[in-house]
Design a protein around this ligand. Structure first.
Ligand code: TLP
Length: 344
């Protein structure tokens, strides 16, 4: 199967499995796992933050950040299609007791003036604004890179109002590789960052959250409260180190293949590519094909291809390190067969 449902489907390489087997471990709740400590140090340094923490998933990292930054009854500003709003089962409201204020974005980017206008004043009827969240790359916007200039303007506003900024950087390294801007340049306009090791970077498990020492001190406690304090977690952190040290470069290939796929599909009748393909995500509107999303996905599956749904009539492809150039050619051919069987 050519699995393009997500970059979460990547499997650990042999080198990762070997590193897991050989990992030096200790009890990480006591702070004694040398492999976890090493991963956290590398991550903090790469992001230019004081400290970092290994967490089980992107969702857990985002939730911990919200719990550290916010008090119940506050409001959190984010883009209307942010993963934190649409795909985390309302966890911020359920756990941190906050409400979400969404702003329509342009390719995933919130307008700084809209952010400033959304910040609440002292009116006793209103909640306080407790946090601003940015997502980069932006998943629902098709892996769009939010430019650091946009983040900088929002950060300046946040500081004027004394509100922290959290970055859901599940795919921050994709943003960095596509723009050739170091991750530090994005991270510097934030108070906390979450990025995933288990997506395009290819590790089997885990995310990192990073920020000031004080933020991570509090985050460590929240992680424990949520049951995320792991013991000999070095076996999970070891592939994370390889992900950071060796797999960032491979994202270039993922992006190249995504662009090739988009080029190959763009003139096929019955589909429309919805996004400017900047990174590893392609969104395809199949409305004109007169097929239901379910039928479309089933027919692709018959050709050995897995894709995901991403809203009504939209299917998503995500290139990842299990995909080759040959696979891309097969996908293009399969589309032609599904849409114009008589031509093949
Ligand atoms: N995204 C997954 C699905 O949940 C949609 C995917 O396949 O893209 N932030 C962003 C921007 C994400 O895309 C995701 C996962 C997360 C957070 C959550 O990460 P995990 O799955 O590790 O909890």
């Amino acid at each position: 199967m050519i699995d393009l449902r997500s970059d979460t489907v990547t499997k650990p390489s042999e080198k990762m499995r070997k590193a897991m087997y050989e990992a030096e471990v200790g009890d990480d709740v006591y702070g004694e796992d040398p492999t976890v400590n090493k991963l956290e140090e590398i991550a903090a340094q790469t992001l230019g933050k004081e400290d970092a923490l290994f967490v089980t998933s992107g969702t857990q990292g985002n939730q911990i950040a919200g719990l550290v930054h916010c008090k119940p009854g506050q409001e959190v500003i984010m883009e209307a299609q942010a993963h934190l709003f649409v795909s985390e089962a309302a966890a911020l409201s359920a756990f941190a007791g906050v409400q979400i204020k969404t702003l329509a974005g342009d390719h995933g980017a919130m307008k700084p003036s809209d952010v400033e206008a959304a910040i609440r004043g002292d009116d006793i009827h209103e909640p306080e604004t407790g946090l601003i969240c940015i997502e980069n790359t932006h998943n629902k916007a098709g892996g769009a890179v939010i430019p650091p200039e946009n983040m900088e303007l929002i950060y300046q506003i946040s500081k004027r109002h004394d509100i922290p900024v959290h970055l859901d950087g599940a795919r921050l390294f994709n943003a960095s590789v596509a723009s050739q801007i170091p991750v530090k340049e994005f991270a510097k306009y934030t108070d906390s960052v979450q990025f995933c090791l288990s997506k395009g970077l290819g590790a089997p498990v885990g995310s990192i959250i990073a920020g000031s020492s004080d933020f991570i001190f509090k985050a460590r406690k929240w992680r424990k409260r949520l049951g995320g304090g792991l013991r000999q977690a070095g076996v999970l952190a070891a592939p994370g180190i390889i992900a950071l040290e060796e797999n960032v470069k491979h994202l270039e290939k993922d992006h190249e293949y995504a662009k090739q796929l988009a080029e190959g599909l763009q003139n096929i009748e019955g589909i429309v590519i919805k996004n400017k393909v900047e990174t590893n995500i392609i969104l395809i509107d199949i409305t004109k094909s007169n097929k239901t999303t379910e039928d479309f996905l089933n027919q692709l599956k018959e050709h050995g291809i897995l894709a995901g749904t991403f809203g009504p009539n939209i299917i998503r492809f995500v290139t990842n390190n299990g995909i080759t150039k040959k696979d891309i050619d097969k996908v293009i051919l399969a589309f032609q067969k599904v849409l114009s069987p008589s031509l093949i």
